[in-house]
Design a protein around this ligand. Structure first.
Ligand SMILES: C[S@@+](CC[C@H](N)C(=O)[O-])C[C@H]1O[C@@H](n2cnc3c(N)ncnc32)[C@H](O)[C@@H]1O
Length: 275
């Protein structure tokens, strides 16, 4: 299936911030049900952090924070890496997200100013991460995001749960409105506006359905990510692209992890592995 870059509401500067926040809040709540995802992400991030002893993640397109608080805890508890994370977004609204505010290690912060993932400020150092947000970028800016991480020497990791395959789309997208209706009463903090836009004027089920469908249609395949990597000038970098099932979950994750080798060898070629 060819990649289709249809319109997503979340990308629009005119889109009301309240609805944007409620959509990304839902995403956090839904993805947190995939219990093994943070541990999986931590295991994929650990080599990038260890390669050059880095201890900071700079997350791009963070929305309401995603599962970053859980990833930071999994890095500490399961990988022995005491890392911190700076969450950023082009439309920053996640600073008040309960999971970020109440994160017990205090090592997860939200950057208050807008950060466009295609123009990361030079003073934001750390391994760059994009959770469920790389599909927002067409191939040229997507390549530039990878190239800029290489220039910054920082390492980069991308995680996508959506997939551009009919079986994946049919298996998850039609159920989105029902899931929104079922999960909303359990979301915290409680907001009357969330109930209003879910049950009385049910636009959130539609908005989340639409952006979910378009996210699937935009998601890069393993082969396309490998192609983007192959076009980079990064001979001393290690690259690992794969799609694999999340342990114990009825879901899979496409991920790309790239980082400068700890001991760069001038003659070495970049390596790409997939499973
Ligand atoms: C699908 S949400 C993912 C949120 C979060 N990473 C998570 O896992 O829940 C995508 C986010 O990307 C942000 N975004 C879209 N275009 C962006 C850009 N050019 N630069 C930075 N963030 C962007 C949107 O505002 C939105 O918050």
């Amino acid at each position: 299936m060819a990649r289709l870059h249809f319109f997503e509401f979340e990308d629009q500067s005119w889109f009301p911030g309240l609805l944007r926040a409620q959509m990304t809040d839902y995403l956090v709540y839904a993805v947190r049900q995939l219990r093994s995802f943070p541990s999986y992400a931590a295991s994929r991030l650990a080599p990038a952090l260890r390669a050059r002893g880095q201890r900071r993640l700079v997350d791009l397109g963070s929305g309401s924070g995603g599962v970053m608080p859980e990833v930071v805890r999994a890095l500490a508890d399961e990988q022995g890496i005491q890392a911190g994370a700076l969450l950023t977004d082009r439309y920053p609204h996640g600073a008040h997200a309960a999971e970020v505010r109440e994160e017990p290690t205090g090592r997860v912060d939200f950057h208050p100013d807008p950060v466009d993932a295609t123009h990361v400020p030079a003073d934001l150092h750390g391994v760059r991460t994009l959770f469920l947000s790389f599909h927002h970028f067409r191939p040229e800016p997507a390549r530039e995001i990878l190239a800029d991480a290489v220039r910054a020497g920082s390492g980069i990791a991308i995680f996508e749960l959506t997939e551009r395959r009919l079986i994946s789309i049919l298996g998850s997208v039609p159920g989105i409105p029902v899931m929104v209706l079922l999960l909303t009463p359990f979301m915290r903090p409680f907001q009357w506006s969330r109930l209003l836009f879910t049950y009385l004027l049910p636009i959130l089920p539609f908005l989340i359905f639409w952006d979910g469908l378009v996210s699937h249609l935009r998601t890069y395949s393993v082969a396309e990510l490998e192609q983007l990597v192959a076009e980079l000038d990064a001979p001393d970098w290690h690259w690992d692209v794969r799609r694999e099932r999340l342990p114990g979950m009825p879901a899979a994750c496409t991920s790309l992890v790239g980082y400068p080798r700890a001991d760069p060898a001038p003659e070495s070629a970049s390596s790409t592995s997939r499973s």
